[in-house]
Design a protein around this ligand. Sequence first.
Ligand code: ASP
Ligand code: MG
Length: 443
Amino acid sequence: MKVLKFGGTSLGKPDRMHHVASLITNDDVPKLVVLSAIAGTTNALVNIDQALGAGEKEKAAELIDDLYAHYQGFIQNLYQHTDALEKANTVIKEHFDLIRSFPDQAYQPQFEKDILARGELLSTQLFTIYLKEKGISVRLLPALDFMSIDVHQEPDIEAIEHKLKALISANKGCGLFITQGYICLNHQGNIDNLKRGGSDYTASLIGAALKAEEVQIWTDIDGMHNNDPRIVEKTFPVSRLSFDEAAELSYFGAKILHPASIWPVQKYNIPVRLLNTMQPDAPGTFISKSTSEDEIKAIAAKDGIVAIKIKSSRMLLAYGFLRKVFEVFEKYRTPIDMITTSEVAVSLTIDDSTNLQEIHQELRAFGKVEIDRDQTIICIVGAKVSENRGVVRKVFDSIDRVPIRMISFGGSKNNISFLIDTKFKKAVLDRLNIGLFSIDLIE
Ligand code: ASP
Ligand code: MG
């Protein structure tokens, strides 16, 4: 069994859905296909929920009407026969009737989850109707029947495996299954989700649960690139990555893959391919246990970082100081990304500044605290990059005089990271592209 996930842009227009249908039916390999919501839908649903939460009923009603009209237009070009169109109309009406019932009730936090789930429920139901219209044999497996998270919002692969295998064996002989990405049930049995971009995570969890032959993530780019293609010219797809390298790149900003989606496939050693729906023959990126020994694979950048420096002479020769500092972050459930220490100061970074004020207040008890916002972590990933002096020299030669706020080196042998002010980001990424990949920008 292969697990294939298609993102919102791959489904964003009726003819793209037609194209996805031909991609998943061009051989006899059994497949389970995970779909995101149609492009733009989840954002639109977020806006509807926010309007409802703010008590702006008229605005919510307008947004609901707009999205409804979008779906009505979409299905006109999706199907050929009126009976398929009628079925699709019924599906759309059901979901929108539910959304329209919310403004009449007092707002509850659960509405958000119920509203956001509509995107994936709609895309999978409309797509299944299309496949059936084409005479393709297919089963829609509701994600809410097998995908669940526990009290700590963690999925349990064994529970998913148990339920999903039962559903699949109840459909013996079927070689094509469709399901929703992103959505799940929580420990209270209510609709929930795996957080924004979570459809990749769904595909990875399913791949791990079924011990799939491979997981394919289909998007609109031909694999993970060596540098950020939205910022830097002349980037190229990386053909192979190890799970560790892919995890570091996706965590440190490579948008193509949800960072949480690596651990399940890594745990069960299921290879992953990143492929391009618009260019299905392009080789993309292959992620597996082993990798090529290329010195440097890729560069990623993560914005929105806050650097915090605590300077204290009390740290000198003291033990237990770092523990006290870390406890403050633990108390406010704020993960630390990078950390460097000297005998009298500790610098660290966070990307969630929700509780920054409270954290700042408590850290003051330990010494002088300096805070810098708008920082970017630049992360260079490759097999043993940090053990290779040539690479280290090239990195520092390339960035030349750009001031570096922090460096993390040796924490993992696959990664060198440093922190800069975000205003230098483009220059640094450009220079590293030239310096590390010998790319000539002046042709
Ligand atoms: N539709 C959800 C989102 O936009 C999940 C996903 O696309 O992966 O975040
Ligand atoms: Mg996505």
